[in-house]
Write a protein that binds this ligand. Structure first.
Ligand code: PEP
Ligand code: MG
Length: 573
């Protein structure tokens, strides 16, 4: 048995066998061959196996994830069935007397180059990604290397990965992926956030060597403490099975809080809302008793699509969400594309610092057609429920005013056409330090502010939220962060502007007492954190928490001191 430490990223405990999701080595040499027939039959065999494999994945994806997700595999099969594609590879083998690997790669690179040069056609460009994917698959069969494909997982596993992109995570079927261990990323990286919405226990920032975990090894992932146990002894496994039962018992006890109001012991009532990114998440939010949606990450709709989603498809999703929330408030954040949420079909040039680059509102204002389409969809959906809009990554008041002008323009045009539009509140995310510092200026312009601590912390501490090596600096309880948050909340209250928070800190059990003391009006979090946060807030006296909050911002100089004050306050309350 070996025990490793990491960062606890998604609650729960899983025991299953390891499934390593690693990038395979697909390198090969160019070879001159005498026996071209042999190369031809190797090629045909590799293509046949790939097609069979793709059919299996397509069926499974269709069954588990839906028609949309399965379409990409249909496209891959179509490429491998294209006579022109095959002919070109065969001709290369015959005319240049080269090995099948080289012929396949040369032809495929040729297609990709042509497609990429068609800069004005996103559909064609997407085909180049498909050709690359298909080529990888056929190459793996030619080289006898196993591809590790998330969509191929068909039994219960713990996924072991160096890094996980949000789109890798989106392909996981929760029935099979029981746990996740990754050595990159922090608690607020987007794949960690997604694993929480999918309720998959996860440990990120793994501190051991992933090479020590082999395919098929039994692994325990403790998403509550950040422990990972590889090849546990029977006693250890027994101990964890008991922990799983405790966790399940606690989860069902919390269910009693589902329909209760979130009222502190002295009668204060902050709103507990959920962060969501998909319609599936919405269901979880409702089941966990969310009093609203404090953040709908609309960029997930864009990431779940092979080209820009149309106004109609967005409208249908937004309308469904507000209707299902039946009058409870829903805040849609306009697309926060960029950073680690890249859209391959936009072909945005590579940047050295994507988190400081062309992202979120910066992209929206620069590509107003995309922005306007989204705003029209939101405006139309507002007639069906309680809908607010907020803009991500606002750094200056001018950006907000610019975005608002575009919004007003689209609103006016719809009204002129006689389209029904609801009463929409407009707000901003405060996640760039400049906006936090100038919060008082923003409160004159906006209807509400929502503090995005996931980014705010990384920008204040200059520590990438997804980088394990600097994760020790990613400190939600650092007094510098707390002072800035208090400054924003105070500025809001001085100007009667509601102060919300939708960063992960809003669902952090150690931060909640401080935030209650600061008078935060809405806490928006992963659905799975709502019930335990409600249970906690009901135990707190907000007046005592005011004292706690003041102590943490005026007397502490480190996170450790802050945590000491929090523990004292909770023990005394
Ligand atoms: C944040 O930055 O706190 C936030 C909620 O947005 P995201 O995590 O999507 O960047
Ligand atoms: Mg953010």
């Amino acid at each position: 048995m070996t025990m490793f430490k990491g960062i606890a990223a998604s609650d729960g405990i899983a025991i299953a066998s390891a499934f390593r999701l690693t990038d395979p080595n697909l390198s090969f040499d160019k070879k001159t061959v005498d026996d071209s027939d042999h190369e031809m039959s190797r090629l045909h065999r590799a293509i046949d196996i790939s097609k069979q494999e793709l059919r299996t994945i397509q069926q499974r994806t269709l069954k588990d994830l839906g028609i949309h997700e399965s379409e990409v595999f249909k496209a891959h099969i179509a490429i491998l069935s294209d006579p022109e594609f095959l002919k070109r590879i065969e001709n290369t083998i015959l005319s240049q007397r080269v090995n099948a690997e080289y012929a396949l790669k040369t032809v495929s690179d040729g297609y990709v180059k042509i497609f990429n040069s068609m800069t004005d056609n996103d559909y064609i460009k997407q085909r180049s990604t498909d050709i690359n994917d298909v080529t990888k698959r056929v190459l793996s069969h030619l080289l006898g290397v196993k591809l590790t494909d998330p969509a191929l997982i068909d039994h219960q596993v713990v996924v072991i990965a160096h890094d996980l992109t949000p789109s890798d995570t989106a392909q996981f079927v929760p029935n099979y992926v029981k746990g996740i261990v990754s050595d990159m990323g922090g608690r607020t990286s987007h794949s960690a956030i997604m694993s929480r919405s999918m309720e998959i226990p996860a440990v990120v920032g793994f501190q051991g060597d992933l090479a020590d975990i082999h395919n098929g090894d039994e692994v325990i992932v403790d998403g509550l403490t950040g422990n990972v146990i590889v090849r546990p002894t029977p006693e250890e496994k027994h101990r964890y099975q008991a922990k799983i039962r405790d966790f399940q018992a606690r989860t069902s006890q919390l269910a009693a809080f589902k329909d209760e109001a979130t009222t502190s012991s002295d009668g204060k009532h902050p709103i507990l809302a959920a962060n969501i990114g998909t319609l599936d998440d919405l269901q979880a939010a409702i089941e966990n008793g969310a009093e609203g949606i404090g953040l709908f990450r609309t960029e997930f709709i864009y990431m779940d699509s092979e080209s820009l989603p149309t106004e109609e498809s967005q409208f249908n999703i937004y309308k469904t969400v507000v209707q299902k929330m039946a009058g409870k408030p829903v805040i849609f954040r306009t697309a926060d594309i960029g950073g680690d949420k890249d859209l391959p079909y936009l072909h945005t040039p590579h940047e050295a610092n994507p988190f400081l680059g062309y992202r979120a509102i910066r992209m929206s204002l620069d590509q107003p057609d995309i922005f306007r389409t989204q705003l029209r969809a939101l405006l139309r959906a507002s007639a069906y429920g309680n809908l607010s809009i907020m803009f991500p990554m606002i750094a200056t008041t001018i950006e907000f005013q610019h975005a608002k002008r575009i919004f007003e323009d689209e609103r006016q045009k719809l009204l002129e056409k006689g389209v029904a539009v609801g009463d929409i509140k407009l707000g901003i995310m405060v996640e760039v330090p400049a906006a936090a510092i100038l919060a008082d200026q923003f409160t004159n312009l906006v209807d509400f502010i929502s503090i995005g601590t996931n980014d705010l912390i990384q920008y204040v501490m200059a520590a990438d939220r997804g980088n394990r090596r600097v994760s020790y600096l990613y400190q939600p309880y650092n007094p510098a962060i707390l002072r800035l948050i208090k400054h924003v909340i105070d500025a809001c209250h001085e100007n009667q502007t509601p102060a919300y928070m939708c960063g992960e800190m809003a669902g952090d059990q150690k931060a909640i007492p401080i935030l209650v003391g600061m008078g935060l009006n809405e806490f928006s979090m992963s659905a799975t954190s709502i019930l335990k946060s409600r249970a906690l807030i009901k135990e707190l006296d907000s007046r005592e928490m005011v004292t706690l909050a003041n102590k943490t911002v005026s007397m502490a100089s480190t996170s450790q001191e802050v945590l000491k004050y929090v523990h004292q306050a909770l023990d005394e309350s």
